[in-house]
Design a protein around this ligand. Structure first.
Ligand SMILES: NCc1[nH]cc(CCC(=O)O)c1CC(=O)O
Length: 321
């Protein structure tokens, strides 16, 4: 062994001789996401990829996410497996990932983002405007519940959970509609279920929605760094900084969406009162080239304005819901 040899490791991925092992949850969405990351990795580097299934408390339990401790229930079992050397990389839906970095782990790649919008999947082609009074609309997300109540206080909001196919299976059975992320529906090939795309300005979505995060042990960044899409990273970091600065969790009733256009980073965030009766919005933009940390700078302005306007008293921001 020469001085330049890497330290011995339980992992084979970086030696170039074995496959890169990607840990994944067993849900259809997780498998679709890891599968696409695996194919992209192999296409770039020619390195074979192996998927390692890992079951999480969030998958096993029928309890509500709140009772499981809220944020990060899906992430932590994957991270344990990564730290234990059972796999070399893990793939998260960025919106489900707590904003605090995990010691010893690094988000080495954020690939190009999918559609960040939410979508209504209703029976009989119905839309948010045409759903009859009293229609039952399912969503487990406090943000989506507040948004529904704000726009259609006459609807019955039904608290549901379960995977995407389970939710879609209830439309036309015991629910009139569900609200889901367009990105997840795209990845599962279920765009046909969408009856209305909800526009971002009237229906802002979760920070990081539609983006994936590929996490590795610190030092292993090179394994996946080629999949990083810089503009996506800048916008999703701006969105997530708002959450972090408001000390809010991923289940807080907050929408935040950023985009880069003609060299400017635009960020808008909205905090909802949980019953939908009130909301606060703040939007700022700056030239990306004017500052060294555009994401943090624009997020600071938005977060400070929201806090000054009383966001912390409007909504339960932090903790496990
Ligand atoms: N919280 C569940 C979850 N996490 C990521 C997605 C969809 C894919 C994405 O937003 O990246 C979903 C389902 C949904 O909200 O409809």
């Amino acid at each position: 062994m020469t001085l330049s040899d890497p330290a011995p490791s339980t992992r084979v991925g970086t030696t170039g001789t074995g496959p890169i092992r990607i840990g994944t949850r067993g849900s259809a969405l997780a498998l679709a996401q890891t599968g696409s990351v695996g194919r992209a990795l192999t296409a770039r580097s020619g390195v074979p990829v192996e998927l390692v299934p890992i079951s999480t408390e969030g998958d096993r339990s029928k309890e509500s996410l709140a009772s499981l401790g809220g944020t990060g229930v899906f992430a932590s079992a994957l991270r344990d497996a990564l730290l234990a050397g059972q796999c070399d990389a893990i793939v998260h839906s960025l919106k489900d990932l707590p904003t605090a970095p995990h010691p010893g782990l690094v988000i080495a790649a954020i690939p190009r983002r999918e559609d960040a919008r939410d979508a209504l999947c209703a029976r009989d082609g119905l839309t948010l405007d045409t759903l009859p009074e009293g229609s039952r609309v399912g969503t487990g997300s406090p943000r989506r519940q507040a948004q529904l109540r704000a726009l259609r206080p006459d609807l019955e909001v039904v608290d549901i959970r379960g995977n995407i196919d389970t939710r879609l299976g209830r439309v036309g059975v015991d629910l009139d509609a569900v609200i889901l992320a367009a990105a997840g529906l795209t990845r599962l090939g279920r765009l046909g279920a969408i009856t209305e795309y909800l526009g971002i300005s009237g229906w802002p979505t979760a920070p990081g929605q539609g983006a994936l995060a590929i996490e590795v042990r610190a030092g292993d960044e090179k394994l996946v760094a080629g999949l990083d899409h810089r503009p996506t990273r800048v916008v999703v970091e701006a969105e997530r900084h708002v959450l972090a600065l408001l000390e809010a969790g991923c289940a807080a009733p907050i929408g935040a969406n950023a985009l880069i256009e003609e060299g400017m980073l635009f960020l808008s965030a909205r905090v909802y009162k949980i019953d939908g009766s009130e909301s606060l919005t703040s939007s700022h933009a700056l030239y990306v080239s004017d500052v060294t940390k555009p994401s943090l700078d624009v997020a600071s302005r938005v977060a400070r304005e929201l806090l000054d306007d009383g966001a912390a008293t409007l909504a339960p921001l932090g903790g496990a819901l």
